[in-house]
Write a protein that binds this ligand. Structure first.
Ligand code: FA5
Ligand code: MG
Length: 423
């Protein structure tokens, strides 16, 4: 099926990003709504919850090198190839990532900097940054969010492993008796194997160090926080995961407001990454935390859009001295609008393309987008889609006329850009 780029009509010949101009091409899909947020760097704003959280994690890992000012523009090579992503990995698709042009994109994760930081000779480090993904729209997903990458590597020999074992003993001691309930998975399993070049005993020690280190961080962050489990102990669960650049790999979920919320991905770093970085005789781990997800739990922030709010009632609640529970101001009413349409003949409209149109028109006035119906007409072979958009402002009451007006703009953009036929 044919697919057209979101900016096929009226694409500018260049984009200006952080003071420099970059040529566009046929795969350019960065929208003005995203471009406007690139300079904001919330993770470095005094008193912003994301900056305070960064500070807290940096103090926990006080003997690590801390980085937070690397440019979000990277080559696809750095974001994917250097990390052993296969050529056909879905993350590379224009429907999933934001491209300036075919040679330049907005990083989709902080792992994009692993090779360069290891290459500098850093062996314990944290790196905080804004990352970008084309994604669904709801209360815990946003196209720009913040990650913190953490990594630690050791000499891949008996001396290095003695260091790991000593650190494991220290961390196990800290975690004993702590008010935290951890569901674990094996360090190594047939479905989550050590790498062929690793001694399995070394891989298991390093995986254990990763888990203990992160459980200890979780204790620092959530230990003693009521709010999280309503006074009950914090519940953390480790699950097997898959990433092209780690093995074994794990994800961590925390129980929050009746649901398991994924907060990080991690694993034992692939030897190929360390070889490329010129540190082949090391073995170690890396993780990537979602800062918004953790801040939502810590501060009881119910909606990920709030991090971008410039409303005084949001901003004035926070200081960089301590973590306080967010006092929600009144929730304004929702305004649901449905749009049903036939896609153009032979054209597949990706949900992320739909969501980007809504984001671009409605900005943060959109709370949620759900696909509520989809079918293919047996004769014409055209697809009918119906989406339900929930418009709601966090700062004021949205009138029905205003919502209708936004909806009308969404509809005409869909017609112009994607040639859909409204039903
Ligand atoms: C990664 O991005 C890997 N780079 C993590 C990693 C690092 C693995 C080092 C191994 C070694 P993932 O796509 O799962 O993994 O994202 C990591 C975290 O970012 C998620 O657990 C979640 O907390 C957060 N996250 C992902 N997508 C969004 C989103 N759209 N909005 C907010 N947070 C998100
Ligand atoms: Mg994940």
């Amino acid at each position: 099926r044919r697919r057209i780029s979101a900016l096929a009509n009226g694409r500018p010949s260049y984009l200006e990003i952080l003071g420099d101009r970059y040529p566009t091409d046929s795969i350019t899909n960065l929208t003005p709504a995203i471009l406007a947020k690139v300079p904001l760097r919330l993770h470095t704003r005094p008193s912003h919850p994301l900056n305070t959280l960064r500070g807290l994690i940096e103090s926990h890992y006080s003997d690590f090198t801390h980085l937070s000012s690397l440019s979000p523009l990277v080559s696809p090579y750095k974001n994917f190839d250097e990390l052993s992503f296969p050529q056909d990995h879905p993350g590379r698709a224009v429907t999933d990532s934001y491209y300036v042009n075919k040679d330049l994109m907005l990083r989709t994760h902080t792992s994009a900097h692993e090779v360069e930081v290891f290459r500098r000779g850093e062996d314990k480090w944290l790196l905080t940054a804004d990352v970008y993904r084309r994604d669904e729209i709801d209360g815990s997903h946003y196209p720009i969010f913040h990650q913190m990458e953490g990594a630690r590597i050791f000499a891949a020999d008996a001396t290095g492993m003695r260091e790991v074992a000593e650190d494991n003993a220290r961390l196990r001691h800290r975690l004993a008796q702590a008010p935290i309930v951890i569901e674990d998975v094996p360090h190594l399993a047939p479905t989550n194997p050590p790498q062929a070049t690793h001694d399995p005993a070394y891989a298991a020690l390093v995986a254990e160090n990763l888990k203990l280190s992160l459980n200890s961080l979780m204790l620092t962050l959530f230990g003693g926080q009521a709010g999280v489990g309503g006074g009950a102990p914090l519940r953390v669960r480790w699950i097997e995961a898959y990433f092209p650049f780690t093995s074994p790999s794990f994800e961590v979920e925390v129980f929050f407001r009746g649901k398991w919320l994924e907060i990080l991905g991690s694993g034992v770093v692939r030897q190929a990454t360390l070889d490329t970085a010129n540190v082949p005789n090391k073995i170690g781990w890396a993780f990537g935390l979602g800062l918004e997800r953790i801040a939502m739990i810590l501060y009881s922030i119910p909606d990920i859009r709030l991090f971008w709010s410039t409303d005084e009632r949001f901003i004035s609640q926070f200081t960089d001295k301590e973590i306080t529970t967010f006092q929600p101001y009144s929730k304004y009413p929702s305004c649901f609008k449905d749009v049903s349409f036939w896609t153009a003949q032979g054209l597949d409209l990706h949900e992320n393309d739909f969501c980007d149109v809504v984001r671009d028109v409605a900005g943060d006035l959109v709370e949620d987008v759900k696909k509520i119906d989809s079918f293919v007409h047996p004769k014409t072979n055209r697809t009918s889609l119906c989406y339900r958009i929930n418009y709601r402002s966090m700062d004021r009451s949205l009138s029905n006329e205003e919502a209708n007006d936004i909806q009308a703009q969404v509809v005409s953009r869909l017609e112009e850009q994607f040639g859909v036929e409204i039903r």
